[in-house]
Design a protein around this ligand. Structure first.
Ligand code: FES
Length: 173
């Protein structure tokens, strides 16, 4: 059994990714729980791929959908949003906003043609280093199977997203 057998919903119906290509994942983590969970994973020396760029925010309620769209527009192949479990938010109800926004954002992204698995929203507590490491492994593998995204290119093809081209937002990578 490979370690990815434990990842739910991994797709196998996609073409292999280009050789040498590595997915780039952006993870927005709330400071009080999920970032500490990621730290915990590091301290416990749990292995996860180096493909993830972590952006720390004070609360997941701070994560405006526009930040997620901007990450895709600037070259992310996958985006993760993680915050405290419901009831644990340091700001009491910040993650209630997250809980309302992220499913809506997910539907908008799906309407725009984003494949399932490129955008993931999950609760990760400070004690869940193991969960964080597994989540990164699974998301990275899922995105690797889906291949490069090229969101600006896709949006150009669809005739939407003007103003989000790399040059307009300061360049990619
Ligand atoms: S502080 Fe973690 S979700 Fe609000």
């Amino acid at each position: 059994m490979s370690e990815f057998d434990q990842c739910e919903g991994l797709r196998s119906d996609v073409a292999p990714a280009p050789e040498g290509w590595e997915p780039r994942i952006v993870a927005f983590l709330c400071y009080w729980c999920s970032y500490t969970g990621a730290d915990n994973a590091g301290t416990a020396r749990l292995k996860y791929p180096p493909n993830v760029d972590i952006i720390r925010v004070m609360c997941s309620g701070r994560i405006d959908p526009e930040l997620v769209m901007t990450a895709f527009a600037r070259g992310a192949d996958g985006v993760m949003v993680c915050g405290c479990h419901i009831g644990d938010c340091h700001y009491i109800a910040g993650n209630h906003k997250t809980m309302a926004r992220m499913p809506l954002l997910s539907r908008v992204l799906a309407d725009l043609g984003l494949e399932e698995g490129r955008f993931v929203h999950e609760w990760v507590s400070a004690a869940e280093g193991e969960k964080f490491a597994k989540l990164v492994r699974c998301v990275t593998e899922q995105v690797r199977r889906l291949g490069p995204l090229d969101w600006p290119g896709r949006m150009r093809e669809r005739g939407v997203g003007r103003g989000l081209e790399p040059a307009a937002v300061g360049g990619l990578r």
